[in-house]
Write a new protein. Structure first.
Length: 145
């Protein structure tokens, strides 16, 4: 399997068991295909939590990038380094901004996954009661044909 996790990050379900033996032999069916479906069916509360944290993590990433850009400007000013005027002088700040941007999202996902897994185990593998969990298929809704 090409770098994709072969088990569920929440319950540890092995996605390789969902792949037929023939597809596994010729590597035509990666285990990642089954991850989204498994998470939607069994861990919808985790997906809702993860979706709710995306915008705050982007805002935190931008704020962190701006802070690091100011720190870079202070260091450059302190050492007397002059950057070219205009667009050519902006590249160090853009490198810092785009390097730091995903860090809060990665940390939130990692810490949140640990917390979610711990709470999921404490509930005995049951979904959270405070998040809506939809079990109906979109084709079963009224007005859709």
């Amino acid at each position: 399997m090409s770098g994709e996790r072969s088990n569920c990050p929440i319950c540890g379900h092995d996605f390789r068991s969902d792949i037929s033996e023939g597809a596994r032999l010729v590597h035509t069916s990666p285990s990642g295909m089954f991850k989204t479906l498994h998470l939607q069916e069994n861990h919808a509360d985790y997906l809702a939590w993860k979706k709710s944290k995306f915008k705050p993590s982007i805002v935190a990433g931008i704020a962190t990038g701006i802070i690091f850009d100011f720190l870079l400007a202070l260091v450059l000013h302190y050492y007397g380094i002059k950057l070219p005027q205009g667009r050519a002088g902006a590249w160090p700040f853009l490198v810092v901004l785009f390097s730091v941007l995903p860090v809060p999202w990665l940390l939130l996902n990692r810490w949140g996954l640990r917390r979610f897994r711990r709470e999921w185990n404490e509930r005995g593998g049951l979904p959270s009661s405070n998040l809506p969990v939809s079990t109906s298929n979109s084709k079963d809704t009224v007005g859709y044909e």
